[in-house]
Design a protein around this ligand. Structure first.
Ligand code: 13P
Length: 256
């Protein structure tokens, strides 16, 4: 269902003590000053269980807070040293998994075919995928950005049934805007989000497309989140750097 969502992708940051402090801090303030939006914390794997536990023990009025893994393996289990399966993630109380982040695509050579398998294993284990797409600066300069996004979405997601597809969250994160301080303008972001929604509409029909949350990511911060989230096809954000400080993350959560 289309919802306003603010998800914090911590990437490889925070020790156990820091992780707990950040989540407690955000939840405490949220309980006093609630938000209508869904809030998702995506800490590193080692903190998932603790974060999920803190959330589950939090007051009812912050019940729209969830825990996501930053990735999951494409196989159910087996000899994959160092990896983490969807079932393990589910078993510690997480509900979502980020799949296809550009850092995984770049540093770990994950391609759309592999990501389609991760999407399937996530669904099989009742994890909701947050599927990332985004073009490089060269692709945008060469006017290939729409083609790139179309390919990432079609190859990663379009094998899904309409029923499963309704449970996908999409995050558009232009690679040139991630961690660079350079944000897509609201017009650039809206243009791509509308393009993505149109792709979904062509594949699954207008009603389904209208029900999918499409998040923006890439140097999203308190100073630009309001204007980005005000765009008609932007349903929230996938936040990196600014999710590491409670004050900034809360300001973004309250940007709708
Ligand atoms: P930044 O907000 O740090 O640019 O990171 C965005 C991102 O990659 C979230 O997944």
């Amino acid at each position: 269902m289309r919802q306003q969502i603010v998800a914090g992708n911590w990437k490889m940051n925070k020790t156990a003590v820091e992780a707990e402090a950040l989540v407690r801090n955000v939840i405490e303030i949220l309980s006093k000053n609630p938000s209508e939006s869904v809030v998702v914390f995506a800490p590193p794997f080692v903190h998932l269980q603790r974060v999920a536990q803190i959330i589950s023990q939090s007051p009812v009025h912050v019940s729209r807070v969830f825990t996501a893994a930053q990735d999951c393996h494409w196989e159910e289990s087996g000899a994959y040293t160092g990896e983490v399966s969807a079932a393990m993630i589910k078993s510690v109380g997480a509900t979502h998994a980020i799949i296809g982040h550009s850092e995984r695509r770049t540093y770990f050579k994950e391609n759309n075919q592999l990501l389609a398998r991760k999407i399937d294993v996530a669904f099989k284990n009742e994890l909701l995928p947050i599927y990332c797409c985004g073009e490089s600066i060269m692709e945008r300069k060469n006017d290939h950005h729409f083609k790139t996004i179309e390919k990432q979405i079609a190859e990663g997601l379009f094998h899904l049934s309409e029923n499963d597809f309704l449970n996908v969250i999409i995050a558009y994160e232009p690679v040139w805007a991630i961690g660079t301080g350079e944000t897509a303008t609201p017009e650039q972001a809206q243009e791509m989000h509308a393009f993505i929604r149109d792709l979904l509409s062509q594949k699954y029909g207008g009603e389904t497309a209208e029900n999918i949350s499409i998040l923006y990511g890439g140097s999203c911060k308190p100073s630009n989140s309001k204007v980005l989230f005000a765009q008609p096809d932007i349903d929230g954000g996938l936040i990196g750097g600014a999710s590491l400080e409670a004050e900034d993350f809360l300001a973004i959560i309250h940007s709708f």
